[in-house]
Design a protein around this ligand. Structure first.
Ligand code: 13P
Length: 250
């Protein structure tokens, strides 16, 4: 049985005061829900958010991490530092990291290994561009990203990995994949995982959808058999929109 998982990726938004206030509002919205709820503030706000969510059912995520553990890596943040601030889940492979900061499948794979080896969880993002979708390559692109990202990842580690399907053309654009389209990709990704590992692990894999998830489309998305959660950007920045998403089933 897969546990549903709603996550908010705040991206490069909020200073500490705003972050603490938003976190407090999410804590309130998440009261009593039985599925997982996570917020991923920017690095600089993690310290301010931790005491707000401590002892609640809201989990703390980071938006990225270095593939290295320590040393001469100016500007990078290690998993050790993140764990020290209470982070338990790290988002990796986001399309903004891939496209704007040229992160390759190889680097993302290295980061996945680093985060899992540190005992943390990963939200691993995959997704095709509009050109790739229009060329009929959506499934192939997602499969390739998935295979390359999981190279060398042991079956025993897979329970600490959530997959997030985020079609690049749906991020921040107001365009959402139709629930059927998203479900089709999720099913294909699950099939790939079954081929790479086994059908039990594939069946247990939690797959989030991300890309313009809003209060008015979350229910329809979550109703699909292969959509187990949402990775929310813009709508996670206000309690008015993230609250109803967190409480999609109540
Ligand atoms: P939006 O919800 O703003 O489209 O962003 C999705 C996303 O990139 C979450 O990681």
């Amino acid at each position: 049985m897969r546990r549903e998982f709603i996550a908010g990726n705040w991206k490069m938004n909020t200073v500490t005061k705003e972050a603490a206030a938003l976190a407090a509002a999410v804590v309130k919205a998440a009261e009593g829900v039985s599925h997982r709820v996570l917020i991923a503030p920017p690095y600089t706000a993690l310290h301010a958010v931790l005491p707000v969510i401590s002892g609640t059912n809201v989990e703390l995520g980071a938006q990225n991490a270095s593939c290295e553990l320590a040393g001469a890596h100016t500007g990078e943040i290690s998993v050790t530092m993140l764990a020290d601030l209470g982070v338990t889940v790290v988002i990796l492979g986001h399309s903004e990291r891939r496209q704007i900061y040229f992160e390759t499948d190889e680097l993302i794979n290295k980061k996945i290994h680093t985060v899992l080896a540190a005992g943390l969880e990963v939200i691993f993002c995959v997704g095709e561009t509009l050109d790739e979708r229009e060329a009929g390559r959506a499934v192939a692109v997602v499969e390739e990203q998935l295979k390359n990202g999981l190279v060398g990842v042991d079956a025993s580690q897979l329970s600490r990995l959530t997959l997030a399907y985020e079609p690049v053309w749906a991020i921040g654009t107001g365009k959402t994949a139709t629930p059927d389209d998203a479900d089709e990709i999720h099913a294909a990704a699950r099939k790939t995982v079954a081929t790479m590992y086994n059908s039990e692990l594939a069946e247990n894999l939690v797959v989030q959808y991300g890309g313009s998830v809003k209060p008015d489309n979350v229910r329809e998305l979550m109703a699909k058999p292969n959509i187990d959660g949402a990775l929310v950007g813009g709508a996670s920045l206000s309690a008015d929109s993230f609250g109803p998403i967190v409480r999609f089933n109540s």
